[in-house]
Design a binder for this molecule. Structure first.
Ligand code: DX5
Ligand code: ZN
Length: 221
């Protein structure tokens, strides 16, 4: 059976009680944390920065994955490594193919897993030139920038294509989905090939987080 990872997106947590939120998510069965970094330039929103991520890593018993929705992601690899981050996923829209490759290589050289994220407008083939170095393909199922948006079901065929590309690689590539994922949508994205499910609102706003995780996993099976 395939490995299913539930990755709560901390964007939806109660920041006034960050440590409690982190511990509650781990206790509920989360497999990984998803930390959204936004710079107000790449996306029209600003979230949190690297000191916050460092604090999250310090109190988390599970890996922390950084999703960088920022321009010039290559400038922050060292700081993320020093924060103890497990994986770093970047968007490539503004960089040349050479720079994207170098960024991914630098992430790996720093000892972290390297991921490439696709906004909804980019086709699956965008990831092809990087399949030899990526360990994560992130398919955005909403426009990046905000939590709580409606899942875009027209992304499902793309997830399927991305899964094919991942399966064709000579190493393991995780297919991650992000945006509007919850009990109603997780089954379809899992069936299409996703194995890592970023869940913000549907996780942190759930009345019982543990049973929410159980339901997500059940629906993804
Ligand atoms: C959106 C972020 C997501 C967001 C998902 O730009 O990348 O990680 O937190 O939130 P939900 O699950 O509420 O759509
Ligand atoms: Zn995200």
């Amino acid at each position: 059976m395939k490995k299913i990872t539930i990755s709560p997106s901390l964007l939806a947590c109660d920041f006034l009680h960050l440590e409690d939120e982190v511990k509650s998510a781990v206790a509920a069965g989360a497999g990984m944390f998803h930390a959204d970094v936004m710079d107000g330039v790449y996306v029209p929103n600003i979230s949190f920065g690297f000191d916050i991520i460092k604090s999250i890593v310090r109190v988390s018993d599970i890996p922390v994955d950084a999703h960088l929705m920022i321009k010039k992601p290559q400038n922050y690899i060292d700081v993320l490594k020093n924060a103890g981050v497990y994986s770093v996923t970047v968007h490539s829209d503004f960089d040349s193919p050479e720079l994207v490759r170098r960024t991914l290589e630098d992430i790996k050289a720093a000892g972290m897993k390297a991921g490439l994220a696709l906004r909804p407008c980019f086709p699956a083939e965008t990831v092809l030139p990087y399949a030899d170095i990526c360990e994560i393909f992130l398919v955005m199922t909403v426009e990046p920038g905000f939590g709580g948006q409606k899942f875009m079901s027209d992304m499902i065929p793309k997830i399927r294509e991305i899964k094919k590309i991942a399966d064709g690689a000579d190493h393991e590539i995780s297919v991650q989905v992000d945006g509007g994922i919850g009990e109603a949508t997780i089954g379809a994205v899992s069936e299409a090939g996703a194995d890592n499910f970023v869940i913000g609102t549907a996780f942190f706003k759930a009345e019982d987080r543990k049973s929410a995780v159980e339901k997500f996993i059940e629906a993804a099976k």
